[in-house]
Design a binder for this molecule. Structure first.
Ligand code: UD1
Ligand code: UDP
Length: 388
């Protein structure tokens, strides 16, 4: 007897979600009798924060778009909840109920969809479970803690995630160390990215510049902190030209703090948000990266690029213990010292963690198939096909 079709909804909402979803979608497409509905909440909607990733990563168009847009935490989370609940109810009413919801990372869309699915009795799988910064001033930490407390399948990217979940009383067959799915995408696309012409267009040589991104509220929503950071970046750029890919939240903060023109005449190249390939071309050939991004801490770890992390804590401790990332918080002396160490060749080399091997998407697909009672075939790392 053949197994019944099992229906799974994969939720994406913000930039890092798209990059994590691509290999999972690819691996799931190879498993018979799983039907995946790709749900885009619309948390990120500018083409350079959303569409470009679908195009460049050869992802299919979302089946459902909830169009929630921006808003305060409560407004955004509430809108996703209302619209995701409507979607799940419609699926039940048309005889195609969703058997499992898969959420990624720690954004508001992750939390909102987990709450809705759990209350409807639909099991939730969380990819990137267990990460903890232990800093509840970060909205993402609240999203992580609540999501993990409700999810029944906890798929971890690094051992600290497993340890945190065990400490919180989770265990048994719920927790799986699957590796880092964002790195699947990176390995699949890095060669293609390095064939882009962005370095030539910006007059940069490999190893001859640094990359900056900032978007954490703790760095950009406080005008004094942002002014200080821009000042120190201008100073650093005298030694090493910098490319700053500015997130819309940061663009707005720079405008409001009247800092927009501050970098004119400096060695900082100000760009808008970049597509995946151009950005990977930039990061993978940089001398160093300065960032408060979660994903970028991990990508620099996989690439072996020094990363000065502009935060005082991280939920991704493996990037410190194995990767070449260093927390500098808002201590600008430590930041300057880190840059000096990199330029002097006196900065520790990192290594790529175990299971950050380009196959996390396959492991996730296999576990999901198993959880739905389906025999899992061995999916091949198909993103490599898409990147060719
Ligand atoms: C969100 C996530 C953060 C993640 C980041 C990835 C939450 C709480 N935060 O932060 O964890 O690291 O995405 O980039 O979920 N905006 C645009 N165009 C867009 C989207 C946003 O201009 O397409 C502007 C709007 O002014 C908006 C602001 O950016 O108010 C913030 O967007 P939002 O999604 O609320 O949070 P992010 O800072 O992007
Ligand atoms: N990224 C990108 N273009 C940019 C900045 C970042 O493609 O201009 C990619 C980056 O390489 C990583 C992901 O976006 O894959 C990280 O997203 P972000 O920093 O927005 O969120 P976080 O990881 O901090 O949640």
């Amino acid at each position: 007897m053949t197994e019944p079709i099992r229906r799974l909804a994969l939720v994406v909402g913000a930039r890092p979600n798209f990059i994590k979803a691509a290999p999972i979608l690819d691996a799931l497409a190879q498993i018979p009798r799983i039907e995946v509905t790709l749900v885009h909440t619309g948390q990120h909607y500018d083409p350079l924060l959303s569409d470009v990733f679908f195009d460049e990563l050869s992802m299919r168009t979302p089946d459902v778009h909830l169009q929630v847009g921006s808003g305060s935490h409560a407004v955004q989370t509430g809108r996703v909840m209302e619209r995701f609940e409507e979607f799940l109810i419609a699926q039940q009413n048309n005889g195609r109920p969703i058997d499992r919801v898969v959420v990624l990372g720690d954004v508001n869309s992750t939390l909102a969809c987990t709450l809705v699915a759990s209350k409807m009795g639909i099991p939730v799988a969380h990819v990137e479970a267990g990460l903890r910064s232990f800093d509840r001033t970060m909205p993402e930490e609240i999203n992580r803690v609540v999501t993990d407390s409700l999810a029944d399948l906890l798929l971890c990217s690094e051992p600290a995630g497993v340890e945190n979940l065990r400490r919180e009383g989770r265990g048994g067959r719920q927790i799986h160390l699957v590796g880092n799915v964002m790195i699947d995408t990176l390995f699949a696309f890095v060669e293609k990215a390095q064939n882009r012409t962005i370095l030539e267009e910006l007059n940069l040589l490999p190893g001859g510049y640094g990359v900056v991104t900032l978007h954490r509220p703790s760095n950009v929503d406080d005008p004094d902190q942002l002014r200080g950071l821009i000042g120190v970046m201008i100073e650093i750029s005298k030694q090493l030209p910098l490319v700053f890919a500015v997130h819309p939240r940061t663009a707005r903060a720079l405008e409001e703090a009247k800092l927009k023109r501050q970098t004119n005449g400096s060695q900082i190249i100000m760009l808008g948000p970049q597509g995946y390939l151009d950005f990977l071309a930039l990061t993978s050939q940089a001398k160093l990266v300065m960032t408060d991004s979660g994903g970028l801490q991990e990508e620099t770890t996989a690439l072996g690029i020094p990363c000065l992390t502009l935060r005082s804590n991280t939920e991704r401790p493996i990037t410190l213990t194995e990767g070449a990332s260093m927390l500098v918080g808002n201590d600008f002396d430590q930041l300057r010292a880190g840059v000096e160490a990199v330029l002097d060749g006196d900065y520790p080399n990192g290594r790529c963690p175990e299971l950050w091997d380009g196959r996390a998407g396959q492991r996730i697909a296999r576990i999901l198939a198993d959880s739905l009672g389906l025999p899992a075939i061995e999916p091949v790392p198909a993103l490599e096909r898409a990147a060719a």
